[in-house]
Design a protein. Structure first.
Length: 188
């Protein structure tokens, strides 16, 4: 396994719709193993293949609930259904999220509280996940990556403008930029 470089917001692969996986090969299995290693090293709770420069419909996730119970897996060619989000502004304390492709920052974003995700695992077996709360947020966030959407694209106008200022200050927003989890210091 290897830690892969994580692409930053300006990379075209992050803004493109990912292609379906036709067949789970040894290369796909190796990619998923590297994605888990990268996600854990970053650290993150999810990682989509486009974030490591691979335009395929795959994401990994890992989360520990309030009781310390692990929840970890991979979804290939996922489909997502969700309840409509509650109207109103997001709570900055309870509804903030971040992204490994816009590292070091968090912004409030309203998401649906419950989702159903279907797809397959590495063995081609069907997967069906019904989750609420933070697990639902993770599923929506990673699914967005497969459709070329970063969470900053969904922010309020004022927060989106703030992200653009941060990106300019850090020199982000250009194709080909990435960072290495466990190596690069992103405390900019």
């Amino acid at each position: 396994m290897a830690v892969l470089p994580i692409r930053i917001m300006g990379d075209p692969v992050l803004h493109s719709v990912a292609a379906p996986v036709d067949e789970v090969t040894d290369d796909i299995r190796a990619l998923v193993a590297d994605m888990f290693e990268t996600m854990d090293t970053a650290p993150g709770v999810g990682l989509a293949a486009p974030q490591v420069g691979v335009g395929l419909r795959i994401y990994t996730y890992s989360y520990q609930d309030d009781d310390g119970q692990p929840w970890r897996g991979v979804l290939i060619n996922p489909e997502l259904w969700m309840t409509p989000p509650e109207p109103g502004s997001p709570d900055p304390d309870d509804e903030s999220e971040g992204c490994l492709s816009f590292p070091g920052e968090r912004f409030a974003l309203r998401r649906a509280d419950a989702v159903l995700v279907t797809g397959t695992d590495l063995d081609g077996a069907p997967v069906e996940i019904r989750v609420e709360g933070w697990r639902a947020r993770i599923m929506q966030h990673e699914f967005d990556h497969l459709n070329g959407i970063l969470y900053i694209d969904r922010l309020s106008d004022s927060d989106w403008k703030t992200t653009q200022k941060i990106a300019r200050k850090r020199g982000w927003g250009k194709p080909g930029q990435s960072w290495m989890p466990g190596i690069d210091d992103l405390d900019a």
